[in-house]
Design a binder for this molecule. Structure first.
Ligand code: NAD
Length: 265
């Protein structure tokens, strides 16, 4: 327990269950004294309410990022409850299962591509605009979650990798626009973690195993590590850092190939 988030109020999106990265981050923020609202996908109440209670979260609202009216209502709930907010976590992504396997070129449809872009990249822009409008003159901090499939071609990640590349570029443009208002905007790029979203990717378990065996540290990405990095960026510890994509992946993205993969000689 600590007081790094004492007196700070903010919004957490993307809690679906106890494995959600958003939940790992929210628990850490709660332990540091943050006051939070949870905005969750409609229909998730049964899973989200007990978690909210556990973290002392009293403000909850459904929000479907593909629906403007739903977003208006959710942000109104936050405004009525808190007035202003100091931080916002965007932890939302989606792509059709059929597009998260095999050949990217063969399997990507217009409809699926646009859906992944809408939910996984545009929703960030929309949330950033609405969140910034609730932030005080002293500024604030916005964090989103991305994955290295934006930078390199990862098996089966396909359309989602393209959406994450758009998301990361959006982080830089939002950081530029909101910088003068002292609002920092950053992305965390965790290695593969065992969540509902990973289960939607064909060969998701293989991604976990590779993340472990091919990372510099030869270990899984830990929720503690991701939550700690989020705490850094969302608290005043993160002052002066904006527009960044920070990898929290046990050193997966820095590797060329491992010695055991190098063949003879
Ligand atoms: P998760 O399934 O627990 O979280 C995804 C969340 O997105 C869910 O809470 C879901 O309800 C929400 N969501 C989907 N469509 C929505 C919509 N239309 N409106 C509102 N909310 C919607 O899985 P997670 O792994 O915790 O994912 C959180 C973020 O972390 C995602 O952006 C994901 O891409 C990213 N990420 C995950 C991993 C991993 O290996 N699990 C690695 C790097 C980045």
């Amino acid at each position: 327990k600590g007081e790094l988030m004492k007196g700070k109020r903010g919004v957490i999106t993307g809690v679906a269950n106890h494995q959600s990265i958003a939940w790992g981050i929210a628990s850490q923020l709660a332990a540091q004294g943050a006051e939070m609202a949870f905005l969750h996908l409609p229909g998730m109440e049964r899973r989200v309410e007990p978690l909210a209670e556990q973290a002392g979260v009293k403000v909850l609202a459904p929000m479907d990022v593909t629906d403007d009216a739903s977003m208006d209502a959710a942000f109104d709930t936050v405004k009525n409850a808190f007035g202003t907010i100091d931080f916002f976590l965007h932890a939302i992504a989606f792509a059709n299962k059929d597009e998260l396997k095999g050949s990217f070129v063969e399997n990507t449809t217009r409809e699926g591509f646009l859906r992944a872009m809408n939910i996984s990249a545009f929703s960030f822009v929309d949330c950033a605009r609405r969140a910034a409008a609730l932030m005080p003159e002293t500024g604030g901090s916005i964090v989103t979650l991305t994955y290295m499939g934006s930078e390199r071609a990862i098996p089966n990640y396909n359309t989602m990798g393209v959406a994450k590349a758009a998301l990361e570029a959006a982080v830089r443009y939002a950081a530029r626009d909101l910088g003068p208002r002292k609002i920092r905007v950053n992305a965390l790029s965790p290695g593969a973690m065992k969540t509902l979203s990973l289960a939607g990717i064909s060969g998701g378990r293989g991604m976990l195993a590779k993340g472990r065996s091919l990372s510099a540290m030869r270990e899984d990405t830990s929720m503690e590590g991701v939550a700690g990095a989020a705490l850094w960026l969302l608290s005043d510890l993160g002052l002066s850092t904006t527009g960044e994509v920070v990898h929290v992946d046990a050193g997966f993205h820095i590797m060329g190939f491992t010695e055991d993969e190098g063949g003879e000689g």
